[in-house]
Design a protein around this ligand. Structure first.
Ligand code: F6R
Ligand code: MN
Length: 190
């Protein structure tokens, strides 16, 4: 056993796992993630807000180990696009992941690497989402309070941010009068 304390408490008030390191992502670190570059520059000029944080437990990388992280995305928008995570593939492409929604309301954007096909699924309390391998995944906060979720993934999955950063996701999730809607990036940018 290489995890000292096998019971971890989730603090859903501040989005942390007790005793875990917290990685904070501010607006300035999300250059080229949002579709509307003008709205992004204007928002950044007003202040470098915290967009999301991840509090992770990474007990080791011994064959069958698992890692897990509590994600918290703040509510907000850049243009019509909701606050989001960078998004990534797993370095080990076949590595799947389980997301468990805990609080708030969000959407996961899933993009298949081979076909380029996109879909969104709602993430909220009491929802489990199975993110298959070979799938880029990005999470949005589509609500008005922080959205929180637990991601559980193989310890040797690794994170590849570069592959998706080069071309970005094919689709965006935006606010419309009818609620959150996925549209092609090229259609949003028109
Ligand atoms: C881990 C995972 C999540 C994300 C978190 C932040 O594999 O998918 O815990 O790390 O949602 O998103 P990224 O890592 O894209 O900044
Ligand atoms: Mn992942």
């Amino acid at each position: 056993m290489h995890i000292e304390n096998i019971v971890k408490k989730l603090n859903l008030n501040d989005g942390c796992i007790e005793g875990a390191a917290v990685k904070i992502r501010k607006l300035s670190e999300l250059q080229e993630c949002f579709a509307d570059e003008t709205a992004y520059a204007a928002a950044l000029a007003e202040g470098d807000k915290v967009v999301y944080s991840v509090s992770s437990i990474e007990p080791g990388d011994n064959g069958g180990d698992l890692h897990f992280g509590l994600g918290m995305i703040m509510p907000g928008r850049i243009g019509d696009e909701y606050y989001l995570t960078k998004g990534h593939f797993h370095e080990k492409r076949e590595a799947a992941e389980i997301y468990i929604g805990l609080k708030g309301k969000g959407a996961m954007l899933l993009e298949d690497e081979l076909s380029g096909d996109s879909r969104t699924v709602e993430i909220k309390e009491n929802t489990v989402i199975y993110v298959p391998g070979n799938t880029a995944h990005r999470t949005y906060n589509t609500g008005s309070e922080p959205v929180m979720y637990l991601g559980i993934y193989p310890a040797d999955a690794g994170h590849d941010y570069e592959a998706i950063k080069c071309k970005n996701f094919n689709c965006v999730v935006t606010a419309t009068e009818a609620g959150p809607e996925m549209k092609k990036r090229s259609d949003y940018q028109k």
